[in-house]
Design a protein around this ligand. Structure first.
Ligand code: HEM
Length: 122
C-alpha cells in the first residue's frame, strides 16, 4: 500500500508540493512546451499520478507505463535527457523549498532517476 504523506515526511501535504512543482514547470523555458500542449486539469491529475507512480514499489508495471505514456513525446516532440534533467532539477528545488528532509528527498529523486531510460524509451 502506498502512503504518499509518509514518504515525504509525516507532515507533508503532497497536493501543495505538486501544485508548486507544476507551476514551476509551466514557467520553465526548458520544458514548458511539453506541459502547455495538454489541458490543465488533466495535467494536474497526472502530476498527482506522477508522485504515486514514482513512489510505487511495483517497478515492472511502472517502467512499462512510463515508456508507453512518453513514447509519443519522445518520437514526435523530441523529449530527451536535457528535458529529464530539467524536471529532476525543478523537483529537487521544489522539495528543498518545502524543506523536505534530505533522506526523503534523495529517495524520491533516486526513484525518479531510475525511470530515466523508460521515460526516454531507451
Ligand atoms: C521520472 C520522470 C517522469 C515521471 C515519473 C513521469 C510521470 C508521468 C505520468 C504518470 C504521466 C501520466 C500518464 C498517463 O496516464 O497519461 C505523464 C505524462 C506526461 N509527462 Fe511525464 N513523467 C516523467 C518525465 C517527464 C518529462 C521529463 C517530461 C517533459 C519534460 C514529461 C512530460 C509529460 C507530459 C507532457 C505528459 C502528458 C502526456 C499526454 O497527456 O499525452 N514527463 N508523466
Amino acid at each position: 500500500m502506498f502512503h504518499s504523506k509518509n514518504i515525504l515526511g509525516p507532515e507533508t501535504d503532497i497536493d501543495i508540493i505538486i501544485e508548486a512543482f507544476y507551476s514551476k514547470l509551466v514557467k520553465d523555458d526548458r520544458v514548458r512546451d511539453f506541459f502547455t500542449i495538454v489541458d490543465l486539469e488533466a495535467v494536474k491529475r497526472k502530476q498527482i499520478n506522477f508522485f504515486n507512480i514514482i513512489l510505487s514499489d511495483d517497478d515492472k508495471n511502472v517502467q512499462n507505463y512510463m515508456k508507453t505514456s512518453h513514447t509519443e513525446l519522445v518520437n514526435d516532440f523530441g523529449l530527451n535527457d536535457n528535458h529529464f534533467n530539467a524536471l529532476h532539477e525543478v523537483l529537487a528545488e521544489t522539495l528543498c523549498e518545502f524543506r523536505i528532509e534530505e533522506n526523503y528527498r534523495e529517495k524520491l529523486l533516486g526513484k525518479m532517476e531510475q525511470l530515466r531510460p523508460h521515460v526516454l524509451c531507451k
